[in-house]
Design a protein around this ligand. Structure first.
Ligand SMILES: [Zn+2]
Length: 403
């Protein structure tokens, strides 16, 4: 049994008891707010969900800086990845899980290869995950995909022992043919798994698709029948270059998209993510960092800040995407996409949260004595998201006991 005392939850000073990974009790703190030294007080937020990662890319951190996406992939990434062994992928994934946990992330949505190594790394860390095999047309020839599909039951069993799910992840429309995309969508439908792919990341991807198929990427996927097959299991990473029709298609299928602001800015892919339009159309908007080769870190606090600032700047409106809303995108919406239980900090829920100590000069201006719970909570979230980085997180608790 673990006790976490003098923690503000939604602005209310509380004591939390955790037993076997479950929050068994949350009671008002025995101490009066004004009597506890500030250095002994903390806030808590639910665990964050990083919805687009290639964990082992910590091994390629900051590779190819300054190159645009297609040159970056072909010159800096693919040749390095060809040399990665299962041992190296394990090592890189362990580093990624440690970095994510230490910055408040408790669940992630991964696509890579040597995925059994990533299962083991997730297990070691106690995180939840969907860990998908990244697939290109070449994998239909070299036996990688065949092995995964033949042994799918084995992969599912190992993943579930590691608190993970597994699936196929077509890399993108420019690396996987229409015929193969349909095959993979059929597989996802048959096995009720997620369907995670890169989508409309660059203007070039969109223009090439129009040249080749006569329509933009989402319409192309729709014409292939992908959304009819996978529906709300569809997860489109980036989804930066979309028109009204494409947003409508994604919304009508309740698809998920993942904004990756760090990566999009670093690779010069664009910054006008259509958040409000996607949200209003019924799309489940989530947030991710992307791999460390393009986002350089896995810090979701930084990603929340960037997402919020980009919306305010691009729309000339400081009221767009406030702290509470961007936190919901990075928690609730991500968990919904991964089909994970709600991790609101309340009795009966799994213990899946982070603690942030007030013993940090950045939080000095928060009035903890004379403010209402709602005001205190809002002040705290604004400080956390706009003024700190992931290193403000003091401790992260997950429900899984690592072995
Ligand atoms: Zn990616």
């Amino acid at each position: 049994m673990q006790h976490f005392n003098n923690i503000f939850i939604d602005g209310m000073l509380s004591d939390i008891t955790v037993c076997d990974g479950i929050i068994t009790d949350i009671a008002p703190s025995k101490a009066e707010t004004g009597t506890v030294p500030r250095s002994d007080l903390a806030f808590a937020i639910p665990g964050l969900v990083n919805m687009h990662t290639h964990s082992a890319m910590t091994l390629l951190r900051s590779a190819g800086s300054g190159l645009p996406l297609f040159r970056w992939l072909n010159e800096a990434i693919f040749p390095q990845e060809a040399k990665l062994t299962p041992e190296k992928v394990f090592e890189g994934s362990v580093d990624a899980c440690n970095e994510m946990l230490s910055t408040g992330t408790t669940a992630f949505n991964d696509m890579y290869f040597h995925i059994e190594s990533t299962f083991q790394a997730a297990h070691k860390s106690g995180m939840s995950a969907n860990i998908a095999l990244s697939v290109t047309d070449a994998d239909f020839e070299n036996g990688t995909l065949k092995k995964f599909i033949n042994d799918f039951e084995h992969y599912t069993t190992v993943a579930s022992r590691c608190n993970a799910t597994t699936s196929v992840a077509p890399h993108a429309i420019y690396t996987v043919s229409g015929k193969h995309l349909q095959y993979l969508a059929d597989f996802a439908k048959e096995h009720d798994t997620l369907f995670h792919m890169h989508l409309s990341e660059t203007q070039k991807e969109r223009e090439d698709c129009i040249k080749q198929h006569g329509v933009p990427p989402v319409v192309y996927l729709d014409q292939l029948g992908i959304f009819d097959k996978v529906g709300s299991r569809f997860i489109g990473a980036h989804s930066l270059w979309l028109d009204k029709t494409e947003i409508q298609i994604l919304g009508s299928h309740h698809a998920t998209v993942v904004h990756c602001p760090n990566s999009n800015l670093k690779l010069g892919s664009g910054y006008r993510f259509l958040y409000t339009e996607l949200r209003d159309a019924g799309v489940n908007v989530t947030l991710g960092t992307d791999g460390c080769a393009s986002s350089d870190n896995l810090d979701m606090i930084e990603a929340m800040k960037l997402m919020s600032l980009l919306q305010k700047g691009y729309r000339n409106d400081p009221s767009v995407l406030p702290a509470e809303e961007v936190l919901a995108i990075a928690t609730t919406n991500g968990r919904k996409a991964l089909r994970l239980d709600d991790n609101t900090i309340k009795t009966g829920n799994k213990a899946d949260f982070s603690i942030i100590s007030l013993n940090n000069p950045i939080f000095k201006n928060i009035d903890i004595i004379n403010s209402t719970n709602a005001q205190r909570h809002s002040d705290f979230l604004n400080h956390l998201i706009y003024a700190t980085h992931g290193n403000a997180i003091s401790q992260t608790i997950t429900p899984h006991i690592a072995i």
